[in-house]
Write a protein that binds this ligand. Structure first.
Ligand code: ADP
Ligand code: MG
Length: 249
């Protein structure tokens, strides 16, 4: 996941209001190929709104989204998007929850099951194909939701606070797992969190957002060594970055 400078996504000067209340104020961001970029900001600042706009689900009042140089403003279907609280359907087996993106694209159920089954091992879900969501731990459910997101098969993935509901220990394990799996998947990632340590630990770059209306306060390059190990969070460099971010927020 070394970042090179090929631009995958450009978000140029987007603004969005809801009923005259300005939520997103002239935001410009970019994501390079195979880069992990986090949008870090307080709750209610407009982070999810930015993802809704990038994915094409929501139309910005101003500005444009370019993906690999092509105008994708208000156009869906080009990114894999795991939105906040992306829940599994409790009445469907895990394998069918995960197959959903393929079935939505028109593949028949049997074929879709066959295709997704190959990924259960890499996502740490071996043996849980025919279980129901309530039979899985919190971490496993999140891995299943991430696998479902991955089955949209796009090389650009938007993850909106995927570990927000997990306890600290499970969250830390999931972060390590995510970095490991991303190394294998060669995707470019936009990630949202309000957790400062999570942002530093995972990212190549972080955009710090202001309170509502969201604008970019600062862009920070995280040049900590990779692959990242858990003990990096106790290094002086990590703590200097953390202190700097907490001062801005
Ligand atoms: P964040 O993800 O940073 O917590 P959101 O983007 O979800 O913030 O929301 C930012 C603000 O925009 C909130 O005040 C929210 O109520 C408002 N908002 C988001 N989506 C809509 C919508 N579809 N209609 C009206 N208001 C919305
Ligand atoms: Mg949100």
């Amino acid at each position: 996941m070394t970042s090179c400078q090929k631009n995958k996504v450009e978000i140029n000067n987007i603004s969005k209001s809801f009923e005259d209340l300005l939520i997103v104020d002239d935001i410009t961001l970019n994501l390079n190929e195979k880069e992990f970029v986090t949008i870090l900001g307080p709750s209610g600042s407009g982070k999810s709104t930015i993802f809704n706009i990038i994915s094409g689900l929501m139309k910005p009042d101003d500005g444009n989204i370019y993906i690999e140089g092509e105008d994708y403003t208000s156009k869906t279907g080009r990114v894999s998007y795991m939105y906040q609280k992306d829940l599994l359907m409790p009445w469907k087996k895990i394998i069918d929850n995960v197959s959903l993106p393929l079935v939505l694209k028109g593949m028949d159920k049997k074929q879709a099951r066959k295709k997704v089954a190959d990924y259960f091992h890499i996502f740490g879900l071996d043996g849980f194909e025919y279980k129901y969501p309530h039979q899985l731990s919190g971490g496993m459910k999140q891995r299943a939701a991430l696998l479902r997101t991955y089955m949209f098969s796009e090389d650009i993935i938007l993850l909106d606070e995927p570990f927000g509901g997990l306890d600290a220990i499970t969250k830390s394990k999931m972060q390590l797992w995510l970095l490991d799996i991303l190394d294998k998947l060669e995707a470019s990632i936009f990630f949202i969190t309000h957790d400062v340590e999570e942002a530093i630990f995972l990212s190549d770059r972080i955009y710090i957002l202001s309170e509502r209306p969201a604008n970019v306060k600062e862009e920070i390059i995280i040049d900590l060594p990779k692959p990242r190990h858990k003990d990096i969070v106790t290094t002086n460099k990590f703590n200097d970055i953390k202190k700097h971010i907490l001062d801005i927020l």
